[in-house]
Design a protein around this ligand. Structure first.
Ligand code: RP5
Length: 181
């Protein structure tokens, strides 16, 4: 049998290697005020064990940060970018214009137009630069994360298993009849 200290050392090296791989999904948002909307994306990736990072990147207020984020995305190994923004929501489209990493856009519910402005801004990309667009708000954020995980699961059997388990748990949680009939 292998001595404990060797097993420990191997486990530690494996953890370091996983960390060194770095995030595969980037979650970005235009403002601190978008975070409550985008949190379900982070929570979902966390539950599924998908390495991720979370950043504030504004197309309008930090355009250089946006360019830098997009330009370094492939080199840093990102496989998907989940981008949430509200109002004149240029962030997902501008990111998509600067990187071939697939961009999943989440329209944030705005105060003035309930997020319809965000939805139209993100979904109506002219032909040539696609942005996958999700529902307005937290459901969209969670679904964007599930979608990113599903794409990654096509080449990651362990992640596929975790995703199947999550969906089975969801199915099992639905009652046959409503409460208080
Ligand atoms: C967008 O403007 C952000 O994505 C946010 O949804 C909206 C409002 O931003 P704050 O004024 O709250 O920073 O850029």
């Amino acid at each position: 049998e292998m001595p404990d200290e060797i097993v420990d050392a191997v486990e530690e090296a494996a953890e370091d290697a996983a960390e060194a791989l770095g995030p595969v999904v980037g979650i970005v948002m235009g403002s601190q005020s978008d975070w409550p909307t985008m949190r379900p994306a982070r929570d979902t990736l966390r539950v599924l064990g998908v390495p991720h990072e979370v950043r504030i990147v504004s197309a309008h207020r930090t355009p250089d940060r946006l360019f830098d984020y997009a330009e370094t995305a492939t080199g840093r190994g990102l496989k998907a970018i989940i981008a949430g923004a509200g109002g004149a929501a240029h962030l997902p489209g501008m990111l998509a214009a600067k990187t071939r990493v697939p961009v999943l856009g989440v329209p944030v519910q705005s105060r003035t137009m309930n997020g319809l402005d965000s939805l139209y801004s993100i979904v109506q990309m002219p032909r040539g630069i696609p942005v996958g667009t999700f529902a307005i708000g937290e459901a969209g954020a969670a679904n964007a994360a599930l979608f990113a995980a599903a794409m990654l699961a096509t080449t990651d059997a362990e992640l596929a298993e975790r995703l199947d388990m999550l969906r089975e748990a969801q199915t099992a949680s639905v009652a046959e009849e409503p409460d208080d009939l």
